[in-house]
Design a protein around this ligand. Structure first.
Ligand code: NOJ
Length: 733
């Protein structure tokens, strides 16, 4: 590893050799795809080099472009190849929302270790992961890419992903640079509509949206990506308060920031900049190092320096961290990739094992009436029904890298493999489709299927009904297709799309044992199913080994232990909905004035932190080490958790607090500790958590800074955000 002194010296030496045009080129990330708009990547690289190339997934081409950068560009500075490897490169892991549902930071960490190894073997140096946007509105499609609604859980998952992707040693040839995105507030877009404006108070930003990003900085994340939308009327891609004041001055981040794609150029479209020149100036002055794909820096920065609007030093300051990242990771010494490596690495059996483990740990058992699950492996006559039961795409989820061939074990294949001798019938029922096609649909050949006519859909419906009639047990696999969540995938309703619920109702009326397996990238308002279907497993989009993991759980080889990282609203119209709201003058437990809507309850269908197991757990003996402490001091909270059932299982012990009064109103509950534990039947473990200034402080609107109030706190510990085991803690001056 190089010392920071060495890195800094080398940066200055390079800067001393570079022309202005070359420096500006280091601030550009250029599209390498065939469809890319603007000049060809190789021409730019040959003429002046480039900071980075994205949207290229071709190992040979990486080496060719790198050769041009090193041998033909004036200063021979190597290029960083970047790609969206979100939850796996070849081996696909559960989507990030699902990994957060494991409540086990080892799950995203170990998964991202594999993703990094495969990506690096393909020649990728930098991935645009992790997405750390807090999402409290399930209509927003990109909730799939993050850790859900909670900043504390989000911060733990953020740090874990950074550790997994980057490792400890920046020169590790099996790791990649991570990118904390989208800085910040993107998940709070109005109405859950992708890219729409965001208005957040400083208190909401600091207490809810910034913590996962700060955790990523503390974990050593190398890069940040700024968000697209207007944050309090200033686009995040040109927001100096965010990119300089908070990120660099307060947090001491010393890596570099890339815009989101075309974000600098789009400042004009967004109504913020007069033209490209103005856009480049605003972003650079805000502290944005690299322009992703818009060519606005490339086209305008030289001129801005030449006419004296910007100083050479302002440009140098933006280039430094980019060169430093390249030097730190040893790119100058190892610019090329061994073209035979990827196939060896991707074939490693432990990658699939990790994917199966990750998927098992991510699934959440939502309902299990009468102990229908686990199913007996003696089951001989099973119908598997639903449009997603045999869909590799829906099993893998959104964000596959360019050229990825879907290769997931589907739920159908997983159950067939588990029960090789059984009679398993399959019928998909009617297809489900987006009303507005996905703009990237044209790139996704495997999803390009002609839309069913109403007649074809009806035949498919009746075939599914007939198939279910012949079975002794029905497993329905339903939810949303891969392109129904993610970017460009917000929706107004959270209901099961298409005719899925109708099919569920007809099959359920047959009175057979029926299990619903959900494949989806967001919370869904499955109200009818929650009432009527005895067993429901939330499998999310579980990745390459997803079908095996589902079968492992349904047939009892694995006991599910995941918990919801976001609440499930009863309707899309209830979003945003989240547990950590502040109280009102008429709290919801008021016996008379309870209602927020007169046309139904506003409580979630399933609360944050919820998930069942094949065993039961009991919590007792909640102890706080002192009933009273001084501001700034810490206490220990301990609780006994016992497996009170018949089989081994995992519980996620969750600690929530509520500050009863203070300078600001505080959320009625806030997660401040959690741990997933495995317990044998009858076994008890004592879990301890620390509560100190880090957990008890908050950013106060009234005071305008971080404070810790003297007040009484409620403490609850239990299995979800409705935990009832309670103690008080008094904090005094
Ligand atoms: C736009 C998306 O918002 C971002 O998440 C992604 O990393 C970039 N495009 C690059 O593909």
């Amino acid at each position: 590893m190089k010392s920071e002194n060495e890195v800094a010296q080398r940066v200055e030496t390079l800067l001393g050799q570079m022309s202005l045009a070359e420096k500006v080129a280091q601030l550009a990330q250029i599209g390498g795809a065939d469809w890319n708009f603007g000049p060809k990547a190789e021409d730019i690289i040959r003429e002046r080099g480039a900071g980075s190339v994205l949207w290229l997934n071709d190992t040979k081409k990486f080496n060719q472009l790198q050769k041009i950068a090193i041998e033909e560009s004036p200063s021979g500075i190597p290029v960083l190849f970047a790609l969206d490897v979100i939850h796996g490169y070849r081996t696909i892991f559960p989507i990030p929302l699902a990994m957060a549902a494991s409540w086990d930071p080892d799950v995203p960490e170990k998964s991202q270790v594999v993703a990094a190894k495969e990506s690096r073997a393909a020649g990728i140096h930098w991935t645009f992961t992790p997405m750390l946007d807090n999402a409290r509105d399930a209509r927003w499609g990109r909730i799939a890419e993050g850790a859900g609604e909670d900043p504390y859980l989000g911060a733990a998952m953020a740090a874990a992903q950074v550790r997994g992707l980057q490792g400890e040693d920046p020169t590790d040839p099996e790791r990649v640079l991570a990118c904390a995105k989208h800085f910040v507030g993107y998940g709070a877009s109005e109405g859950g509509r992708d890219y729409d404006p965001v208005h957040l108070s400083e208190a909401q930003l600091r207490n809810v949206h910034l913590p996962p990003f700060q955790a990523a900085v503390e974990a050593g994340v190398a890069t940040f990506m700024s968000a697209y939308m207007d944050m309090n009327n200033v686009p995040a891609n040109a927001n100096r308060w965010l990119l300089t004041n908070v990120l660099r001055d307060e947090w001491g981040f010393d890596g570099f920031v890339v815009s989101d794609a075309f974000g600098v150029g789009n400042l004009v479209v967004q109504g913020h900049a007069r033209d490209g020149r103005d856009a480049a100036l605003r972003s650079l002055k805000a502290g944005l190092n690299m322009d992703m794909a818009s060519s606005t820096y490339l086209e305008n920065l030289d001129g801005l320096v030449e006419d004296g609007t910007l100083s050479g030093e302002q440009v140098d300051a933006m280039v430094r961290p980019i060169l430093a990242a390249k030097i730190r990771m040893g790119l100058f010494e190892q610019p090329y990739v061994d073209e035979a490596l990827l196939e060896q690495v991707a074939a490693l059996p432990e990658h699939r094992q990790t994917a199966r483990w990750s998927a098992q740990r991510s699934m959440v058992l939502l309902k299990n009436e009468g102990g229908l699950l686990p199913l007996s492996t003696e089951q001989q006559n099973i119908a598997i029904i639903g449009p997603l039961a045999n869909s590799m795409e829906a099993t893998e989820g959104s964000w596959m890298v360019f050229g990825h061939q879907p290769a997931a074990v589907t739920v159908l294949a997983g159950i067939q493999a588990k029960l090789p001798g059984a009679n398993i019938a399959y019928a998909p029922g009617p297809d489900i489709n987006r009303d507005v096609p996905h703009p990237f649909g044209e790139f996704n050949l495997s999803e390009r299927k002609p839309i069913q006519t109403a007649e074809e859909a009806e035949v498919a419906f009746q075939t599914a009904v007939a198939t279910a009639k012949d079975a002794d047990l029905v497993i329905m696999v339903m939810g949303e297709k891969a392109d129904m969540s993610g970017e460009f995938a917000s929706r107004g309703s959270l209901d099961l799309p298409g005719r899925q619920e109708e099919l569920l109702k007809v099959v359920s009326a047959m009175g057979k044992p029926i299990v619903l397996v959900l494949l989806n990238g967001r919370p869904l308002s499955i109200n009818w199913a929650a009432e009527q279907i005895p067993a429901i497993l939330e499998a999310w989009q579980p990745g390459t080994e997803g079908g095996h993991a589902v079968a492992d759980i349904l047939f009892g080889d694995v006991n599910p232990g995941g918990k919801l990282p976001a609440c499930f609203p009863r309707s899309g119209t209830h979003a945003p909905l989240y547990y950590a709201r502040t109280l009102t003058h008429l709290p919801e437990d008021n016996p008379r004035y309870r209602s927020r809507y007169w046309d139904g309850p506003t409580t979630p269908l399933y609360p944050f932190g919820f998930g069942l197991s094949y065993t039961t757990f009991a919590f007792s003996n909640l102890q706080v080490s002192a009933p009273q402490v001084k501001v700034g001091d810490s206490v220990t909270v301990s609780v006994d958790v016992t497996n009170s059932g018949q089989v081994a299982g995992d519980e996620v012990v969750q600690l929530y607090i509520h500050q009863k009064w203070g300078s600001d109103s505080r959320p009625m509950r806030e997660l401040k500790g959690f741990e997933r534990v495995t317990l044998q039947p009858g076994q008890t473990k004592t879990m301890t958590f620390n509560l100190g200034p880090d957990e008890l402080r908050y950013w106060s609107t009234n005071v305008g800074q971080w404070i810790q109030d003297a007040a009484v706190f409620d403490i609850w510990v239990g299995a979800d955000s409705l935990a009832t085991l309670h103690a008080d803690l008094e904090v005094v001056e």
